[in-house]
Ligand binder design. Sequence first.
Ligand code: HEC
Ligand code: CU
Length: 309
Amino acid sequence: MSTDFSFFPEAASTIAPRVDAVYLFILGITVFFTLLIAGLILSFGIHYRRGSKASRENPPTSIWLEITWSVIPLIIVIGMFFWGADVFVDMRTMPAGAMEIEIVGKQLMWKVQHPSGRAEINTLHVPTGQPVKLRMISEDVIHSYYIPAFRLKQDVLPGYYTDFWFEATKPGDYHLFCAEYCGTEHSLMRGTVTVMDPDEFARWSAQESRTLPVEAGKELFERFRCGSCHKGAGAGPGPALAGVYGSLVPLKGGGAVVANEQYLRDSILDPPKQVVAGFEPLMPSFKTLLSEAEVLQLIAYLKSLSVAE
Ligand code: HEC
Ligand SMILES: [Cu+2]
């Protein structure tokens, strides 16, 4: 574990060296100009001190000098912007085929659900060389998932899924912190991210008894009798759910929305928020009955119905 204080945390994701490069560039430019300006102030202060014989006449002005010291910093600053934007856009663009891991933050713990069915708390195991996407939500207040070695930090909000992705490059154990003050023992809300070789990760995933999120979701779907209303196209008071995920759902009162994870979550916990066109707002809210982890399981099940179609 990289517990020793170091000026720079290890760089263990594909994006980390790129973030460091921008950071060091900006830091370098800042240090250079800080020293230059402080040095000039000091030397002018000495040169023109009271009583010195230095000439006080206006210096000759040069348009080229003015242009130079305006245009060069302008180019540097614009360069910083585009360089930073380039890294940021890549950081925020989800790659196709990423492994999706779900995280529910709750005061003082991070609950993790892997697609393999394995679950963990306050640790996160991931393989190297594989893009991983984290879908995160909070069960209470705002938290923030922060992995310094990956140079990634993302707020985790109640009610909304936020996500980020990374590709780990170096096996090892890395710090995980909550980076949003979230209560008295906020500083204890931390853990370890363990990066493993793909083979080792596959072995790890296969250990322990596991329930696939899809199966858990199916079980919830039956337990809460969702099927009594959602019987299939044309039957029952609710719309057919197969094929809903990823489709464009027309809404009552006009407009349409893409049925992503957020939409499915809202449909289950806050049905009147968006009512499907052609249906009555008959669905009860399951807000008090389901935990965020269970909602994610139901979503996994609903998504599987779409794939089967
Ligand atoms: C009392 C009947 C009833 C029950 C029980 C019910 N629903 Fe619904 N559901 C509806 C109706 C009616 C709609 C359409 C109106 C709306 O959007 O609120 C709907 C809409 C939905 C939608 C949006 C579908 C779309 O086409 O966009 C989802 C997702 C959904 N329900 C999931 C569930 C899940 C999961 C459960 C069980 C936890 C469940 N429902 C239980 C009646 C029901
Ligand atoms: Cu927290």
